[in-house]
Design a protein around this ligand. Structure first.
Ligand code: ADP
Ligand code: MG
Length: 596
C-alpha cells in the first residue's frame, strides 16, 4: 500500500504560517508591506490587545478585483513576480505570495477591497483557510483587512506570545522599520482606541522627528548631521548623531532599497567612525539609507530575517565609514587629537565602565607588570588576571577550597590601592588583586536586588525635576518597569504621552544625571530581551550598580577600601561578576617567589 499523500492546503498553510507569522508583529509587517506594495498613500493600523484580538490595516492602494481577492489567499499567489528572473530586480516588499495564505490559516480574516475602476467592491471572510463568505460590497477604493483572534486554532502559538506590552513593543518596532522608509506615506497607529502615532506625509527627516522626537519642536533631529555620499557602487544618505548628543539608548537603523536591515558589520563601520569621540556606554544613533542596484544584494532569504547580504561588503564598509567620518568632521567638533583609527572598536568597550564621567583616562588594558614584562619578557606572567581563575572556575573547587582559608580578614589585613584601579590585600595563599569597580558593582547589585525584593529603595528627592522624553516603544517599556523603578527609589510621573518627569532618584545615584541612567536601563532591558519581572529587576539592579559604583581612577581611603572588601567577601559569590568577569584575582606565593 502506498503511504505518501499530499497534505490538504489548510494543513500546509498552517505549517508555512509557522515560518512567516510568528507573532502579531510579523502579521502587521506583512499587511502593511502589502499596502505599500499596492501604492497606498495613507495606511491606518488598528490594533486591539497588542494584536491578539485584532490587527486591522486600512489602505487607499490599488485594491483587488473580485477574482484577485480570492486568489490573494492562495499559497504562492502573487502579483509581484512572474518568473525566477524577477527576483533579481525586486522593488516591492513582498514577493513570495505566502503572507496572506499563512495569515488566513491561523486567524479569522475579513477583507473588503475595491479597485478604482470597479463600482462595487468585494468582501471575503476566511476562517482558518476556509472561505466562509464572499460577496460584493460597497467600500472605498483600497483594501481593508481585519485579522481577528490570531492563532485561534494554534493554542501553542498563542501561549508562546509574551505580555501585551512586549507584543505591542514588537508591533511598534516592526512599524518603525517600515514608516521610516516611507516618509511620503501617511500612517496612523491606534491601539485599544488610543492614537499612539500619527505620522503625516513628509521628508525622511520629518518622519524621524515624528517618530522619535516632537514635530513641533524639531529638537530630536537637530542633534544629527547629514550623511550623503554617491559612488558608482552605492549611494548612502541619512543622519548620524553628533557625538556630543549620543545617548545610552541609541536608535540605530540601516535601510537598503526601502527595506530595514540589520547589519552588524556595517554597524562596526559606523562605530569605527565614531571611535575616540564617545564616552564608554554611549552609542551613536543613526538612520542610514543605502541605495544599491537590486542585483547586488540578496534579500531572498528567510522571510522573517532582516539580515541582507551584499556582494561587496568590504568596499561598502570603507565607503560608509568614510562618509560618517566626513559628516562628523564637517559639522561638529572634530577631535583635534589624533585618535587611533583602529580605536575602541577592536577592543570592546568595557560594559561596566563608569558612566557620565567624560574624562576617559581609563586604560582598561593597563597591566601593572608591564615594565617588568618588558625587561624580562619571558618571565612576565601571561594573563596574570586569570591566575586565580582555575580556583574559582568550578563549584567543586570552590567547595574544596574552604572560604575561611581563602578570605583574608578584611578588617585587619594590610590593604593598599594600586593604579587607581585595584585593591591589594595579602591572603594566606598570596596577594589578592581586587578590581575596585567590579567589586563595588557586585556589592551594590546585591543591595539593589534586595531593595527591589522588599521595595525598600532609598529615594532622594530632586531639587529640580528632570524630564525624559521617549519614543513610544520605550514609553511602553517604562510603564512595565514603573513598579520596580519606584521600588528602587525613582519617583516618576508621566508628563505627556511621550515623557516622564523624574522627581526623585535612588539615593545612591543622587550625584548623577538620572536621564542617561534611565536610558541605560531601558537599553539593557531591551538588549537582554528581559521579559519577566525577575529579569527586569536584574537588569535594573545591574545598571544602577554599574552607574553608582566607584569608577576606576578614584583614589580610595583605607576605610572605603575595607568597607568594599568586607561587603564583597560577604557575598555568596564574590570572585566573579554575574556575567563572569573576574573581580578577585590571586597572585600565589609561588608565582611571586618565581619572580626572584
Ligand atoms: P506577496 O506580497 O508576497 O505577493 P501576499 O500573500 O502578501 O504575497 O499577497 C498576495 C497578493 O495579494 C499580492 O501579490 C497582491 O497582489 C495582493 N494583495 C495583498 N494585499 C493587498 C493590498 N493591501 N492591496 C492590494 N493588493 C493586495
Ligand atoms: Mg506581501
Amino acid at each position: 500500500m502506498d503511504i505518501i499523500h499530499l497534505l490538504p492546503d489548510s494543513v500546509a498553510n498552517q505549517i508555512a504560517a509557522g515560518e512567516v507569522i510568528q507573532r502579531p508583529a510579523s502579521c502587521l509587517k506583512e499587511l502593511v508591506e502589502n499596502s505599500l506594495d499596492a501604492g497606498a498613500t495613507r495606511v491606518q493600523v488598528i490594533v486591539r490587545d497588542a494584536g491578539r484580538t485584532l490587527l486591522q490595516v486600512i489602505d487607499d492602494g490599488i485594491g483587488m478585483s473580485e477574482m484577485d481577492a480570492r486568489l490573494a489567499f492562495e499559497r504562492h499567489a502573487t502579483s509581484k513576480i512572474r518568473e525566477a528572473q524577477d527576483l533579481f530586480s525586486l522593488r516591492t516588499m513582498g514577493f513570495r505570495g505566502e503572507a496572506l495564505a499563512s495569515i488566513c490559516a491561523v486567524a479569522q480574516v475579513e477583507m473588503t477591497t475595491r479597485r478604482k475602476e470597479d463600482e462595487t467592491g468585494t468582501l471575503i471572510e476566511i476562517h482558518g483557510s476556509d472561505v466562509v463568505r464572499q460577496e460584493p460590497c460597497a467600500c472605498p477604493v483600497g483594501t481593508n483587512i481585519k485579522v481577528s483572534n490570531l492563532f485561534f486554532n494554534v493554542p501553542v502559538r498563542r501561549k508562546f506570545l509574551k505580555t501585551d506590552q512586549t507584543e505591542l513593543r514588537n508591533l511598534l518596532t516592526e512599524f518603525y522599520h517600515i514608516v521610516l522608509v516611507y516618509p511620503k506615506v501617511a500612517f496612523t497607529f491606534v491601539h485599544n482606541d488610543e492614537i499612539i502615532l500619527e505620522l503625516p506625509a513628509g521628508t525622511e527627516k520629518q518622519r524621524i522627528e515624528a517618530v522619535f522626537g516632537n514635530p513641533k519642536k524639531n529638537v530630536y533631529t537637530s542633534a544629527f548631521v547629514e550623511v550623503k555620499t554617491e559612488t558608482e557602487l552605492v549611494s548612502i544618505r541619512g543622519f548620524v548623531i553628533k557625538p556630543e548628543n549620543a545617548t545610552k539608548r541609541a536608535e540605530q537603523y540601516f535601510f537598503v532599497n526601502g527595506r530595514y536591515m540589520r547589519h552588524p558589520y556595517f554597524l562596526k563601520a559606523v562605530q569605527t567612525a565614531y571611535s575616540g569621540m564617545l564616552t564608554a556606554d554611549y552609542q551613536p544613533s543613526f538612520f542610514i539609507y543605502f541605495d544599491i542596484a537590486p542585483e547586488s544584494i540578496d534579500v531572498n532569504i528567510h522571510p522573517t530575517k532582516t539580515e541582507i547580504k551584499f556582494a561587496d561588503e568590504q568596499t561598502i564598509f570603507q565607503i560608509l565609514m568614510a562618509s560618517v567620518r566626513e559628516a562628523l568632521g564637517k559639522f561638529s567638533l572634530a577631535p583635534t587629537i589624533d585618535f587611533d583609527t583602529q580605536g575602541n572598536i577592536n577592543i570592546p568597550l568595557p560594559t561596566d565602565a563608569p558612566v557620565s564621567r567624560p574624562q576617559l583616562t581609563v586604560d582598561t588594558s593597563y597591566n601593572p607588570f608591564h615594565t617588568r614584562g618588558a625587561i624580562y619578557p619571558d618571565r612576565a606572567p601571561k594573563n596574570w588576571e586569570s591566575l586565580y581563575d582555575g580556583l574559582s572556575e568550578t563549584r567543586d573547587l570552590e567547595i574544596s577550597t574552604p572560604r575561611e582559608t581563602a578570605i583574608p580578614d578584611a578588617e585587619h589585613a594590610p590593604i593598599w590601592q594600586y593604579g587607581g584601579k585595584y585593591i591589594l590585600m595579602p591572603s594566606e595563599e598570596g596577594l589578592m588583586l581586587i578590581n575596585q569597580h567590579r567589586a563595588h558593582t557586585a556589592v551594590l547589585y546585591a543591595q539593589f536586588m534586595e531593595q527591589l525584593g522588599n521595595a525598600q529603595g532609598a529615594m532622594q528627592q530632586l531639587l529640580f525635576p528632570e524630564v525624559i522624553s521617549l519614543p513610544q516603544d520605550d514609553m511602553i517599556l517604562m510603564e512595565q518597569l514603573q513598579p520596580d523603578l519606584r521600588a528602587i527609589g525613582f519617583d516618576l510621573e508621566q508628563l505627556s504621552p511621550d515623557s516622564y518627569s523624574i522627581q526623585g532618584v535612588p539615593a545612591q545615584l543622587a550625584q548623577q544625571s538620572p536621564v542617561p541612567t534611565l536610558q541605560h536601563i531601558l537599553t539593557q532591558v531591551r538588549d537582554r530581551n528581559a521579559d519577566t519581572r525577575q529579569e527586569w529587576r536584574e537588569q535594573i539592579a545591574l545598571t544602577l550598580a554599574q552607574n553608582a559604583a566607584i569608577p576606576y581612577g578614584k583614589t580610595l581611603t583605607e576605610t572605603e577600601m575595607r568597607e568594599i572588601v568586607e561587603k564583597l567577601f560577604a557575598l555568596p559569590q564574590f570572585r566573579r561578576t554575574s556575567d563572569g568577569k573576574t573581580i578577585v584575582s590571586l597572585m600565589t606565593d609561588e608565582e611571586i617567589n618565581k619572580r626572584f
